[in-house]
Design a protein. Structure first.
Length: 270
């Protein structure tokens, strides 16, 4: 697996891993075709970079290829469409949300020798580059690769959360590749749950548990989703697994009773 526990985080192939998410919608997706698409974008950009140690120059070249020529842009009209979270759709339609546009930008940047890190600011995903002197540059792929300041981030949070959330230093720290993938999956999960699409939400939770197999809350949610699609055996297994993982959780007794009731109901069905 691309994200198995023995793979160091910096070696997680975030591009291929993100493309596998699309198999929820298209089980036959040709992942390597889209990897080649990103590599072609990187080749175009790389051919124009004259000074790889000049971050503003490299950013300008990446922005020219991705936003001026390819016309990648943020989907402000249909933001919560799941297609904005599937990377093959983002590459085909040139439309995405902050995190998927950031992933494309990051992977093109990496291939031209311009390392970028994801920044998991609440409500709006960003990118960060460290120059040779250790100074950081924040980039907003949703805003056509704009270089942003902490003050810009403060205003963005103010707009998103109506002043209820203020900027904290940890909001602008780099996240791991696994955290980035999980955030993409959490976005998808929220969309499917809002639509009461429990089968697709279940597939998303399965993927989250591939990345973090010891997550009790996700095991519990998978139990509920399985119950909702009448997979009672799977639901029972997950409820019982949750109690084993979190025997002292505040809802552990309630979940034990739920599992017992479910086991009795299943015995009556047989």
């Amino acid at each position: 697996m691309l994200v198995r526990s023995d793979v160091e985080d910096e070696h997680v192939d975030v591009l291929r891993a993100a493309l596998t998410f699309a198999r929820i919608e298209d089980p036959q997706l040709d992942i390597e075709r889209y990897v080649r698409r990103v590599e072609e974008l990187a080749q175009r950009a790389g051919a124009r970079i004259q000074d790889p140690d000049d971050p503003p120059h490299v950013i300008a070249v990446l922005n020219e290829v991705l936003f001026q020529e390819e016309m990648f842009r943020g989907n402000t009209v249909d933001y919560y469409n799941p297609r904005n979270s599937f990377l093959h759709d983002v590459l085909d339609r040139r439309l995405g949300i902050p995190i998927t546009l950031a992933l494309v930008y990051m992977e093109v940047g990496r291939r031209v020798g311009f390392p970028l890190f994801g920044v998991g600011m609440p409500g709006h995903f960003l990118l960060k580059h460290y120059d040779v002197d250790g100074r950081s540059i924040l980039i907003d792929a949703f805003e056509r690769g704009s270089i942003v300041t902490e003050e810009d981030c403060r205003e963005k949070l103010k707009d998103i959360y109506s002043g209820q959330l203020t900027l904290q230093p940890e909001f602008l720290l780099p996240v791991t590749r696994r955290q980035m993938l999980t955030r993409m999956l959490n976005n998808l999960r929220s969309i499917y749950l809002s639509r009461r699409d429990f089968r697709d939400a279940l597939q998303v939770v399965d993927l989250i548990l591939v990345i973090y197999p010891r997550s009790p809350e996700d095991v519990k949610q998978r139990a509920v989703l399985r119950y909702n699609i009448n997979d009672y055996r799977g639901a029972l297994n997950d409820f019982e697994e949750y109690v084993k993982m979190s025997p002292d959780a505040s809802d552990a007794d309630e979940i034990r009773q739920t599992a017992l009731s479910l086991r009795r109901s299943m015995a009556l069905m047989n």
